[in-house]
Write a protein that binds this ligand. Structure first.
Ligand SMILES: Cc1cc2nc3c(=O)[nH]c(=O)nc-3n(C[C@H](O)[C@H](O)[C@H](O)COP(=O)(O)O)c2cc1C
Ligand code: SF4
Length: 510
């Protein structure tokens, strides 16, 4: 009798917890997995102690270590994101580790390192050098990278788009087209992939009128032509028929329920020359800045692009260089592991190709590939990036637990799935504030680290300000490692003056 009563009380307690988990909106995991989801949070709480004795260190897990994820989670929740006691990095021995060299004295005014609202505009006007009608200076040098509705749920896209609006960043649609979930106030970079989803004819070819209709229907600020992405370069995307719901089919302009395979290459152009004609056509017809996104493999493409741009009559407004360490919804292992160059190597080669011809002030350089962590972002800026895009870090900010099931449609946090039961758990309103908080914190940390280097903006950090450990007890500057010549990675004098004036003008409101 006594045992039965205890059992009944326990069952009632579990029912109360389950009911509370199901209605609360803070944690998607608990909404989707009531009661048992608490085990994950309990393990996370005692994780450091457990791992110290039996499992892995805080630095070991991949793609993002526990320390990196903890920093993003804490930043997104506006909790204490500091670390206590000292670094866990074996500082003299971790090959490839970057060391930022602080300065004792600074030449000019420095940003307020503690203001989460401090602006971090792009150092360059997007589309300015080529005189595009709708050229503009992006208000945020940190933006949300391409991830399609289809690979991510509608709830996740909504959270990211609202987060972008709150943080004043741009949100890239990914190659799956512009969905209703992208229409929540955030500025849009419209991506066009080889499938031309949302702007295609029935046979899959590109349709300019449809593109113009899409552009006119939303706050599209720029167009990005996707040539490839770091995690699966040279390979078209594939959305299995089971995931091609009628909603996705309508947005993409494809039949529902059938596998949606993108070709590996574009049909609207076939070489660099015709690609530049296509870029100029889109820019002329829409007035928008137009750029390309690509992973870096053979360099002939970039050399030809830079050479043709040197003539001055045609050109891209930006290049987005994606590193092989970048993420994907789904990719064959060989492509994710072994095709295309990692970010630092790939980016520095591309930058150098334009720098050799004195063209670096003529376009905006954007980087992606685990750059949503301040130390990696600082390296990117030092190498010459003007802006960075973040994808998986933004997913972590809305609750991704790095379970790496994005390709299975079984994402436990409702982010990378179309399963209504799982997406129900993700509350876009509360998650959007987390994305915004994370993006603001990343910008703030970048300003902090710039201040430590004695400059007012990460665009002023140079390739001599950071060293890379290239063996035990030995480090070389980024300039030395990546073969940068004098002035490479830096803004030209006119752009530097403009940025300094812009930051000075923003000073009183900080
Ligand atoms: C779920 C998911 C979907 C993605 N979809 C696209 C896409 O549609 N187009 C694209 O160019 N890149 C896509 N990417 C790549 C990202 O935009 C980004 O370039 C890459 O993940 C590197 O950034 P990260 O390291 O911050 O994640 C996707 C990445 C993820 C994780
Ligand atoms: S499947 Fe795992 S790694 Fe992918 S989004 Fe969901 S929680 Fe994150």
């Amino acid at each position: 009798m006594h045992v039965r009563r205890i059992g009944a009380v326990a069952a009632a307690a579990v029912a109360v917890v389950a009911a509370r988990d199901l209605v609360q909106k803070r944690h998607a995991l608990l909404r989707n997995f009531p009661v048992i989801g608490h085990a994950r949070y309990a393990l996370e709480t005692i994780g450091p102690e457990l791992r110290q004795y039996i499992v892995t260190s805080n630095e070991e897990e991949r793609p993002f270590s526990r320390d990196q994820r903890s920093w993003i989670y804490a930043s997104a929740k506006e909790e204490n994101n500091y670390f206590g006691f000292g670094t866990e990095v074996d500082v003299e021995h971790v090959q490839g580790h970057a060391y930022i060299k602080q300065r004792t004295f600074a030449a000019g005014a420095l940003p307020d390192a503690h203001d989460p609202q401090a602006p971090l505009p792009s150092a360059k006007v997007l589309g300015g050098p080529r005189g595009r009608a709708k050229a503009f200076r992006p208000a945020s040098a940190v933006n949300i990278s391409a991830m399609s509705f289809g690979s991510l749920s509608g709830a996740a896209i909504t959270a990211l788009n609202k987060g972008a609006a709150l943080a004043g960043t741009m949100h890239n649609t990914g190659e799956g087209g512009l969905s209703p979930y992208h229409r929540n106030g955030g500025d849009i970079v419209l991506q066009i992939g080889t499938g031309y989803f949302g702007c295609r004819n029935e046979d899959g070819s590109f349709n300019l009128d449809r593109l113009k209709d899409v552009v006119a229907s939303a706050p599209v600020r720029a167009i990005e032509i996707k040539l490839s992405q770091g995690a699966k370069p040279g390979l078209g995307g594939m959305l299995p028929g089971a995931k091609v719901t009628s909603e996705i089919a309508a947005i993409r302009g494809i039949p529902a329920g059938k596998d949606c395979a993108s070709p590996s290459r574009h049909s609207a152009f076939g070489d660099v020359d015709s690609m530049l004609d296509f870029v100029e056509l889109l820019a002329a017809e829409t007035g928008l800045p137009v750029g390309v996104k690509s992973a870096v493999g053979e360099m002939g493409f970039w050399q030809e692009l830079a050479t043709l741009m040197e003539r001055g009559d045609r050109g891209v407004d930006f290049v987005t260089v994606d590193g092989s360490e970048g993420g994907t919804g789904a990719a064959p292992r060989i492509f994710a592991d072994s095709v295309s160059l990692p970010f630092r190597m790939g980016f520095s080669r591309v930058y150098g190709t334009f720098a050799e011809l004195g063209l670096t002030d003529q376009l905006t350089f954007i980087g992606s590939g685990k750059l949503g962590l301040p130390e990696n972002a600082a390296v990117a800026f030092a190498l010459g990036a003007d802006m960075i895009n973040v994808a998986r870090e933004a997913m972590l900010s809305i609750g991704c637990i790095q379970s790496q099931k994005c390709h299975t449609d079984k994402c436990p946090t409702g982010i990378a799935t179309q399963n209504p039961w799982l997406t129900r758990g993700l509350d876009p309103a509360s998650k959007s504030t987390r994305t915004a908080a994370y993006l603001r914190t990343l910008r703030k940390e970048l300003l902090k680290v710039s201040g430590a280097v004695g400059v007012a903006h990460p665009g002023f950090i140079t390739a001599d300000d950071i060293e890379i450990l290239n063996g035990d007890y030995e480090a070389r500057t980024l300039a030395g490692v990546y073969g940068y010549k004098d002035g490479w990675g830096e803004l030209g004098p006119q752009l530097a003056d403009e940025l300094t004036a812009l930051l000075a003008a923003a000073e009183p409101s900080r």
